[in-house]
Design a protein around this ligand. Structure first.
Ligand SMILES: Cc1cc2nc3c(=O)[nH]c(=O)nc-3n(C[C@H](O)[C@H](O)[C@H](O)COP(=O)(O)OP(=O)(O)OC[C@H]3O[C@@H](n4cnc5c(N)ncnc54)[C@H](O)[C@@H]3O)c2cc1C
Length: 596
């Protein structure tokens, strides 16, 4: 992957300029440049992350957080979390968040995508998206002995076979994985034999975005090899504003203003500017360019060019909790390496030599469970009536959210994920494990906007509204019920052979609902899957979103948004494969539109 100097970049005339060389940005840029017809420029705020151990080595996931490849955002104080701020890491490098994410590769349930279409975003249902999911990936099936040993089940036809992102099952599994699967089965959660084929419900061995040939992270920079010398990438280039020209009483995006090492530049695009700065920065860049709610813009002293009230609204994020427990010491985990320098050195040697061993592996014990599996009917009925009574949501969207809540088997509305090792063990003589609980379909909705007094480079104000108001009370109630089920999972035979003792929360907490709620409020973090701040508006148009179904920004010509922010409703999955599919579909639409 080649980057260019700023002089070379500004000398070029571009057909397309992409703001943000992240997950979607590099995918859409490379596809547009692929057949050599167009000159494509990418402006990325960060540098290059390829080749770094903390990026490439699977088991080092998480180590790059807080370094120069992480924007290191945090939320505004959250009233419903006792005034706590929540950390929101996000990738700042070529590859964006795909360079720092945890490499889980899942798809949501068919109905999650069909809901986008039902909102009036034609062409975004499961059947339309499936070819784009496949176009992204090359699936490497597990070898037959591993498949039999670990009872790995999948539907080969649902995977892609020639895309730039290499995906695979881990080559090694801990014996705890089989116990996890059996434990969930014993609670009535079936093994899902086709977990990327349209239903996430059940328990399975998970796929990861790891290239099994090199045992390294496979991420968005892989896309760049599709393009030739007509793809120009400039790093350390921070876009400040989209240049909007007046034309026939409207606005056309003609280029971007950016800074590079303190110097300001402008570059133009003959066809389109494509905004791929992610859910947090894309709305901010629109607002800095004068596209947004007049109220927000005037508070920030920005002249309104396009009155677009939903810019930065509709923020939806998966809320998460983690349980920490002592495990049977016979099970090996990455904590062993953190505690013993000799073991760590041996593991590194094995990885460098054979591309195998503990550094080559990632957690793979996942399950998505429908609420109806564990919440008593009477409680469910109360939740349904609370959802029905909610106000403030557009009726069409609310009806869909209610339907998803009521669904008994189309989605696992809560995800649990098990992993051995906790990073920093509280007591080095013992071994620990962790289970994450992630709420998939949040009712709480928040916003991301420019600072009221914006200065260049300022972080936007992130206010996810965790557990805020009546929608947040529903989320809290579902989290409470899910916490009880988490307790049940941890005690389900034979998985209970793994778990020796619950540490956080302590077992005594489960005796009192109010204590559990307090623990939830104190412990809620995010699953790093923010979406929705430049959503597709569907039937509601500019009153319901920021872009139309072809991802064109309402009220401006020559400008699209292509990244996680366009999802109108949160989905029940880790979202990277969906972001790539969005980028693939966007590239196909853009090429179609330009050819007309
Ligand atoms: C720590 C972490 C772990 C995650 N784990 C998983 C996982 O295991 N599985 C999964 O499916 N999903 C995971 N996700 C989510 C997933 O990776 C992201 O949702 C997805 O990568 C977002 O893609 P995007 O294109 O919308 O944005 P990004 O990939 O974040 O790209 C945005 C790009 O724009 C650049 N940019 C922003 N502002 C500017 C500007 N002003 N000028 C120039 N460039 C700019 C950024 O630097 C970045 O490179 C994780 C996310 C994080 C942060």
């Amino acid at each position: 992957m080649q980057t260019v100097s700023v002089d070379e970049f500004i000398r070029q005339s571009f057909d397309f300029i992409i703001i943000g060389g992240g997950t979607a940005g590099l995918a859409v840029a490379s596809r547009l440049a692929q057949d050599g017809k167009f000159t494509v420029g990418v402006l990325e705020a960060g540098g290059t992350a390829n080749g770094r151990d903390d990026v490439e080595i699977p088991a080092y996931f998480g180590r790059s957080l807080g370094t120069d490849v992480d924007w290191g955002f945090e939320t505004a104080p959250q009233a419903s979390l006792g005034g706590r701020k929540v950390k929101w890491p996000r990738g700042k490098a070529l590859g964006g968040s795909s360079a720092i994410n945890f490499m889980t590769w899942t798809r949501a349930s068919r109905k999650d995508y069909d809901a986008w279409e039902e909102l009036g975003n034609s062409g975004w249902g499961w059947n339309d998206l499936l070819p784009f999911f496949k176009k992204t990936e090359t699936f490497h099936p597990p070898n037959s002995s591993l498949q039999i040993e670990e009872d790995i089940r999948y539907d080969l036809d649902s995977f892609g076979t020639s895309g730039p992102i290499q995906i695979s099952y881990p080559a090694e599994f801990s014996p705890t994985h089989r116990l996890w699967v059996k434990g969930l089965n014993s609670l009535g959660v079936p093994t899902n034999p086709a977990h990327v084929a349209g239903s996430n419900v059940g328990v399975w061995s998970n796929v990861t975005s790891v290239d099994p040939r090199t045992m390294t992270r496979s991420f968005a920079t892989n896309y760049c090899s599709l393009a030739g010398s007509n793809l120009y990438i400039l790093t350390e280039a921070v876009v400040q504003e989209i240049v909007l020209d007046n034309s026939d009483g409207g606005f056309v995006a003609s280029g971007v203003r950016f800074t590079h090492k303190g110097q300001e530049y402008v570059s133009s695009a003959a066809h389109e500017v494509i905004l791929s700065a992610g859910t947090i920065k894309s709305p901010q860049i629109l607002e800095l360019s004068g596209i947004g709610s007049p109220e927000v813009l005037s508070r920030a002293g920005i002249a309104v060019k396009v009155d677009s009230p939903m810019v930065g609204e509709n923020l939806q994020e998966h809320k998460a909790l983690h349980y920490i427990f002592e495990v049977d010491p016979e099970f090996k985990s990455t904590d062993d390496l953190n505690l013993d320098a000799n073991l760590a050195a041996a593991a590194r040697e094995q990885y460098d030599r054979d591309r195998a061993g503990p550094l080559a592996s990632l957690p793979s014990s996942y399950t998505y469970v429908p609420l109806a599996n564990f919440i008593p009917q009477e409680t469910l009925e109360k939740l349904y009536s609370r959802a029905h009574a909610l106000t403030g949501f557009p009726p069409e969207k609310k009806a869909l959210m209610e339907r998803r809540l009521r669904s008994r088997d189309e989605f696992g509305q809560v995800e649990y994920l098990f992993k051995l090792g906790v990073g920093l063990p509280p007591d080095n003589s013992k071994k620990y494990g962790m289970m994450f609980q992630i709420l998939q379909h949040p009712f709480s909705v928040g916003s991301i906007h420019v600072q009221p007094q914006p200065a260049s480079g300022d972080d936007p104000v992130i206010d996810p509204g965790h557990y805020h108001g009546p929608p947040g009370e529903i989320d809290l109630e579902v989290m409470l019920e899910s916490t009880r089920f988490a307790h049940t999972i941890l005690h389900a035979p034979p998985f209970n052979d793994v778990v020796k003792q619950l540490l956080n929360p302590p077992a005594s907490l489960f005796e009192d609902d109010e204590n559990i709620k307090k623990w939830i409020i104190d412990g809620t973090v995010i699953a790093l899957h923010a979406v929705g701040t430049c959503a597709m508006g569907g039937h509601a148009g500019i009153r319901g979103g920021v872009v139309d179904e072809r991802l064109k920004v309402y009220g401006v010509k020559g400008l699209r948004v292509v990244d996680a922010s366009v999802m109108p409703l949160q989905i029940s999955a880790h979202i990277q494969s969906t972001v790539y599919a969005i980028a693939e579909k966007a590239a196909a639409m853009i090429l179609d539109d330009v050819a007309r």
